[in-house]
Design a protein around this ligand. Structure first.
Ligand code: ADP
Ligand code: MG
Ligand code: ZN
Length: 717
């Protein structure tokens, strides 16, 4: 496997989970894999397609994606083709010919082809190595882009009982996951849920003070880097594009109001590096595999975190550093609310409001952005500091809110932690309500202690305290505010608490480094990029298919000037070496001749892949928990023995369950209770633990919910 990985794809090591998935496919087991965008799903079926006998059939929903994937496979020397409605009858019959004479290692098809009896008859007569269903959430009506055509896949395992089927997606709530597995009929599949953490993305939020100048400033710092700017309406796309054109920036628009031809043309121009920046509504993105998107800017507040994660996920697929900037202004909130208010269904309205609230929270609280994103997708992030968001990197202005926090918590504490948000705010601002008079809360010391500030301010402080877990909401229908240990420490002045400064941020952000990324020769990079673009035009493929940015960066660190050196670069396989090796080594040699001062660094094997020290530390602490667990200790006992919080141990166990290493879930939670919690996840259609705890009216703890969640995520249905 490793040999094929290097020879064909030019990579030294697998990304997380790729190896396990490929092993299972090679053993002819069905696979269900949820991996984030950029996780490297294609390789999971393309590599077995090369190793196994017969043709691998890939079902993929979009014509544009198919074409790029086939181009990329061909560039790697894999014999690949696609069948879809864009082909002429001649082209079509040529491919059928290849298929029948077993010349194809990889065939991409659209799902509707599966409904054609004649096609199925042909397939039955040829040796097939595997079926891979890409974007598998399209089969589920719960998924966000359900495609009725995908239902034709429901018979696949019956029609081809001896061929392994694997399904891949980047989004799957519990319902979608179950739905995909049952609809396709996967036979006790090997299930993988990769982490959604995209380590190479840097997340930051800035107050929206003037979109145009803020974006121009950003673009100045990211000159010539391809990127996407999202805006919420066609009109604002239009205006921003005009403005940027005037500033001399290479930019094109994309929105649903353009003709299909124009959209296609603009998308292609972006994909082929003919234009640097695209300004778009969220209509842009599906069907883009461009791996060298270096930034994604959201100039307006996203409606929800799913969308935000998906859109930012289009940055940095090549694993190199990329930036995600959100310009946040509270004036965007009512605009979105306006649309939500139009929704006819009350239930949907309240779900959308809740989601909007989460995206406001993401932007406005002093909590690691990465942690918030991952928690939204049901993952517990255990690092103290992610090192790659504005909050953790410390380049955002913060203010001490300890005094305000103490006012709120003192009001809570003096009333026995027995009241909800609204009443607490009333006490703090000294409101004259009937309830306050009845309960004589106008006599406690904190009454009116915060009357110099608006109610909105106190709402914000409470939200911040909730987000930072200094306080929590307890109870179902009428939740009351209670204090956590952290809150108690703050109330008694033993700990401080900070919030984000909410006005304009004037300070220039400090330069930050995402660990593991090395500086490279930027002058050479520009030269190689021009070379790549020329070759791409000549070969009629997108530039990133020739070599990714990651591969060019490696060349700009190690200066490979012979073919022997070139083959050691990540992303250079045998076919690409043959096709492009000489062009690139020549350019590099010329650059070295012109710059005799350049010293070429020695390469150690560890330089070959991105170092991820954080990951390693985490692994060993999980291993320790694993050992203790195997010795028969309970969560509480392990926590005590290791002097860590139970929730941390639960986090370790979550990973272990998800990886299939801890199977004795009964030891951790009673089976009857587990069943109940499982049903709740399905009933609420979420991976979030918050709603479960709330729905259970306190009978289920966060830790229990987390363990059961990991169990469902792993479980074969
Ligand atoms: P996904 O479909 O999961 O979004 P892709 O299959 O498009 O992701 O892969 C994203 C990028 O990652 C591609 O440029 C691909 O070449 C690269 N890639 C995949 N596997 C590896 C690996 N093992 N090492 C380095 N790069 C990889
Ligand atoms: Mg993909
Ligand atoms: Zn962070």
């Amino acid at each position: 496997m490793l040999n094929t990985l290097k020879k064909v794809f030019g990579f030294e090591s697998f990304r997380p989970n790729q190896e396990a998935i490929i092993k299972n496919i090679l053993e002819k087991r069905d696979v269900f894999a949820v991996m984030p965008t950029g996780g490297g799903k294609s390789l999971c079926y393309q590599l077995p397609a090369r190793i196994m006998k017969g043709t691998a059939v890939v079902i993929s929903p979009l014509i544009s994606l198919m074409k790029d994937q086939v181009d990329a496979a061909i560039e790697n020397g894999i014999s690949a083709a696609f069948l879809n409605s864009s082909l002429s009858p001649q082209e079509m019959s040529g491919i059928y010919q290849q298929l029948k004479s077993n010349d194809l290692e990889l065939l991409y098809i659209a799902p509707e082809r599966f409904a054609m009896p004649s096609f199925l008859e042909t397939l039955k007569t040829i040796p097939i190595s595997l079926f891979a269903i890409d974007e598998a959430h399209c089969v589920s009506e719960w998924g966000h882009d359900f495609r009725p055509d995908y239902l034709s896949l429901c018979n696949i395992t019956q029609t081809f009982p001896h061929i392994p089927v694997s399904a891949f997606t980047a989004t799957a709530t519990p319902n979608v996951q179950e739905d995909i597995i049952t609809k396709i009929g996967l036979r006790s599949p090997y299930i993988i849920r990769a982490s959604f953490n995209r380590q190479n993305l840097f997340y930051q939020v800035k107050s929206k003070t003037g979109i145009e100048s803020q974006i121009v400033d950003f673009l100045k710092e990211h000159e010539d880097e391809p990127g996407i700017i999202y805006r919420s309406t066609r009109d604002s796309v239009f205006r921003l594009t005009e403005f940027l054109v005037d500033q001399g920036i290479s930019v094109l628009p994309y929105h649903a109001g353009l003709s299909p031809e124009e959209r296609k043309r603009n998308q292609e121009a972006f994909s082929r590096d003919r234009v640097t920046v695209i300004v778009a509504t969220i209509a842009f993105g599906m069907g883009i595999d461009k791996s060298n998107v270096r930034f994604v800017i959201h100039a307006d507040l996203p409606k929800n975190i799913e969308g935000y994660y998906q859109e930012t996920g289009r940055a940095g697929r090549d694993g190199e550093r990329a930036d995600c900037l959100l310009l946040f202004g509270r004036q965007d909130i009512p605009k979105i609310r306006f649309f939500i208010d139009q929704m006819p269904n009350e239930n949907e309205r309240s779900i959308s409001m809740e989601k909007l609230y989460k995206s406001v929270k993401y932007a406005s609280h002093n909590v690691c952005r990465r942690r918030q994103l991952l928690e939204y997708f049901g993952e517990t992030y255990t690092e103290e500091n992610c090192g790659a968001c504005d909050i953790c990197a410390g380049n955002i202005e913060k203010v001490d809110i300890t005094v305000d926090a103490q006012i709120v918590m003192s009001a809570m504490s003096r009333t026995g932690q027995y009241f909800g948000i609204r009443h607490i705010i009333d006490i703090v601002v000294g409101a004259d309500t009937k309830r306050i008079r009845e309960l004589q809360h106008n006599e406690i010391k904190t009454y009116g202690a915060g009357k110099h500030k608006e109610k909105k301010h106190w709402q914000f402080i409470i939200d911040e305290l909730l987000a930072q877990e200094a306080i929590a909401q307890d109870g179902g229908q009428y939740p009351v505010l209670i204090m956590t240990n952290k809150g108690t420490e703050i109330l008694y002045g033993r700990e401080k608490i900070e919030g984000l400064k909410r006005e304009e941020i004037k300070k220039k952000p400090k330069a930050f480094k995402v660990s593991g990324f090395q500086p490279y020769d930027e002058v050479l990079f520009d030269k190689l990029r021009v070379l790549r673009k020329g070759l791409a035009e000549e070969h009629k493929v997108p530039p990133y298919i020739i070599f990714s940015d990651m591969t060019l960066h490696q060349m700009c660190i190690y200066y490979p000037s012979t073919l022997d050196e070139m083959i050691t670069i990540s992303g250079v396989g045998e076919t690409k070496l043959e096709r492009y090796g000489t062009d690139f080594t020549k350019e590099i040699r010329a650059h070295l001749d012109k710059n005799p001062d350049i010293s070429i660094p020695e390469r150690s094997p560890s330089d070959l892949t991105v170092n991820r020290p954080q990951q390693k530390v985490k692994e060993s602490t999980i291993e320790k928990t694993y050992e203790f667990f195997n010795e028969g200790l309970s969560v509480k006992e392990i926590a005590k023995a290791r002097n860590l919080a139970s929730s941390t141990i639960t986090g370790h166990l979550e990973s272990l369950i998800r990886d299939g290493r801890v199977a004795e879930i009964d030891r951790l939670i009673d089976p009857a209770k587990r069943n109940t919690i499982e049903e709740m996840f399905f009933a609420l259609k979420t991976w979030n633990t918050g709603p479960i705890v709330e729905y259970s009216k306190g009978t289920v703890s966060y830790d229990d919910a987390r363990l059961v969640r990991a169990y469902i995520q792993r479980k074969t249905i």
